[in-house]
Design a protein around this ligand. Sequence first.
Ligand code: TTP
Ligand code: MG
Length: 357
Amino acid sequence: MDPFRKIIHCDCDCFFAAIEMRDAPELRLRPIAVGGDPARRGVIATCNYEARRFGVRSAMPSSQALTRCPSLLILPPRMAVYREVSQRILALFRDYTELVEPLSLDEAYLDVSASRACQGSATRIAEEIRQRVRDEVGITLSAGVAPNKFLAKVSSDWNKPDGLWVVRPEVVESFVAALPVERLPGVGPATLSRLQALGVARCEQLRQVDQVQLVQAFGRFGNRLHQLCRGVDDRPVRVTRRRKSLGVEHTYAEDLSDLPACLARLPGLLEELARRLEKLDGSYRVSGLLLKMKFSNFVQTTVEQAGTAPSLALSEALCRDAYARGGRPVRLLGLAVRLQDSGGGNLAQLSLFGPEA
Ligand code: TTP
Ligand code: MG
């Protein structure tokens, strides 16, 4: 493994809230959050840094957030817009390297070891990315530059919000020594309290613990701890395998006896499909809908409509076509979308049958 890889971890600041402030600048001066209705047991997805001063946090019940910050404005999420912004940012990353690993809508690892942009300076690439996201997208992004993923991720948090932190190979040893062990990936509350019981709070103390003892206490993760506390992390940046389609299907306990029985199942299937699509990162675009039907005699058929957005009307039309091919009870129904690279295109189609529809 090359000891001098150049990894950048990029993470947008208060992503959903930043987009809301971009689109309504008067919101910048007040505490805002994006989340669910407090009257309907909603939770906070995220909030701006102004709201964080009051102790508002992601995943907190909206009602509790309002108790902490009575002037908090809670906006409903606009997922289609956030996805579109996410795609633009991913496309911008790919101007510097093909080795981009998205972790969520607002976060990705980039391996720029072989990039010739900015004379090969990872620090200058990170600065340029931050500047361009500010100018071209209108939100701020924090970045960390380091020889591996673990340190790049820690670094993007170091100067957040709107910050950059660089860990050069020659300072890895000393940087990691002072790091609290809860910063290590995989160390959650349970591992932390067991480490504390061993008298370990910082990585320099963890380095004193014998590797054999670590493996006895933590199994295979003990080996990983032994490496991490020395700043070693060989995980490559993985370009996520591109999905060509995404689908849901059901085999019913009792066959669906006729066409109306099949049609009645479509809204539920569509809703499930929409939930799965919500979880995809923003680099995909829907390019068609497929319906799969398996009859009681196990003959299976698929009908597809390319190039259109999924909708209930379309899935009903596909269902009628499919049913006409068999004309007998149905044991399985499935719906799937074809996916393509968004390439900066518009992903708003996803929301057509999402919760905002
Ligand atoms: P994060 O990057 O974890 O948070 P953030 O970008 O809002 O804030 P930070 O400046 O600390 O990076 O998550 C990115 C988005 O994902 C966030 O804007 C909203 C969404 N999200 C949720 O919907 N629920 C959650 O519990 C979290 C953590 C995030
Ligand atoms: Mg973020």
